[in-house]
Design a protein around this ligand. Structure first.
Ligand code: COA
Ligand code: ZN
Length: 304
């Protein structure tokens, strides 16, 4: 029925960054670490662990260096750990904390780029160039925020995404995340943009980061799979949202994505049952609703 779906998919867990940046209270560092350790035990091997941004902008992640140092000391050889950064200062701090891959965030819409990181596109591209030059050992991917729509300017067209991606590509970046920051994309848009970008930049590895504001997270994931995307960023318990994007809700929940993929015989290496165990830890430690479908449903033995 669905042709050419991949046999395996990579999940990049962004809950420790996207999820925890949007909860009202500061989660103590040891609780963050306990949640990440639970996720590692469930089989997740790729994480956006935190962000190195201004603590005035995101006080919830002011302990970024401590989280990274602790996790990398114990699990550095087992996981691919990255962190979100807005500029060279953040990338340098991430490097100093042992991080060797950063996600440099730039919004496709000028208005959100200004609201989120107080930069024009030219300034962001200049920052990215500086980062590449100053930290030659760092793997750098770019998160293209508002790749589908902007909370201030409305729908974002594929041409704007291609044009910004082209400047990033010229700097040598070969990993780009297409983010539906406010969660309003629909499957046709996800399929069209993913296919278009893959055809325009065949040597770039594209990933999708899909918020679930309007309940489209899983259908959009399927649309991405059908367009050949094999890396998805998801968040445990469906936590998440950008504090500088009014109206944005959480990400597609990791456990919902794993559940769908597992029952479609697409491997992730992650245990759905162990993820459910982590949910009780999240519910205990994080003052935010656990939003996934799987958290609300009972898992029936006969399905296992
Ligand atoms: N980490 C920590 N501090 C940083 C920083 C970073 N990556 N970049 C800048 N700063 C500090 C500066 O040192 C300066 O500190 P001071 O006031 O104590 O002197 C202050 O932030 C202002 O620096 P400036 O370069 O003028 O930044 P700005 O005011 O233009 O803000 C950002 C730009 C990018 C730092 C800020 O908008 C930000 O951190 N945004 C993150 C948004 C985010 O995480 N959104 C959610 C994820 S998509
Ligand atoms: Zn996000």
């Amino acid at each position: 029925m669905f042709k050419n779906l991949p046999a395996t998919v990579s999940i990049n867990e962004v809950g420790p960054r996207d999820g925890l940046q949007n909860v009202k209270t500061f989660i103590p560092t040891e609780d963050k670490i306990a949640i990440i350790e639970g996720l590692i035990a469930a089989g997740i091997n790729s994480f956006e662990l935190t962000s190195f941004v201004s603590p005035k902008a995101i006080p919830q992640l002011a302990d970024a260096a401590d989280v990274c140092r602790t996790i990398l000391a114990k699990y550095g050889d087992r996981i691919n750990a990255s962190a979100l950064v807005p500029n060279l200062k953040g990338a340098q701090a991430a490097w100093d904390a042992g991080i060797r891959e950063v996600a440099c965030v730039i919004s496709v819409s000028a208005a959100h780029n200004k609201a989120n990181i107080n930069r024009t596109h030219d300034e962001s591209i200049a920052d990215l160039a500086k980062m590449i030059e100053s930290l030659p050992g760092m793997r750098i991917r770019v998160d293209l925020a508002t790749a589908f729509a902007c909370p201030f300017d409305g729908w974002v067209g594929p041409e704007a995404v291609r044009s910004l991606a082209s400047r990033i590509h010229q700097l040598g970046v070969r990993k780009i995340v297409l983010a539906d920051t406010i969660g309003v994309a629909t499957p046709d848009r996800v399929y069209a943009l993913s296919s278009y970008m893959r055809s325009q930049f065949p040597e770039v590895e594209f990933a999708l980061h899909l918020h679930d504001t309007r309940g489209m997270g899983l259908t959009n994931t399927l649309a991405g799979l059908m367009a050949g995307i094999t890396t998805f960023e998801t968040s445990i318990a469906g936590l998440g949202g950008c504090p500088f994007a009014p109206g944005a809700a959480g990400n597609t929940a990791t456990e919902d994505a794993v559940n769908m993929l597992q029952d479609m015989n697409i491997g992730t290496g992650i245990s759905r049952e162990k993820l459910i165990d982590v949910l009780s830890l999240v519910a205990e430690k994080v003052d935010a609703p656990v939003n996934s479908h799987l958290a609300k449903a009972k898992l029936y033995e006969c399905l296992n």
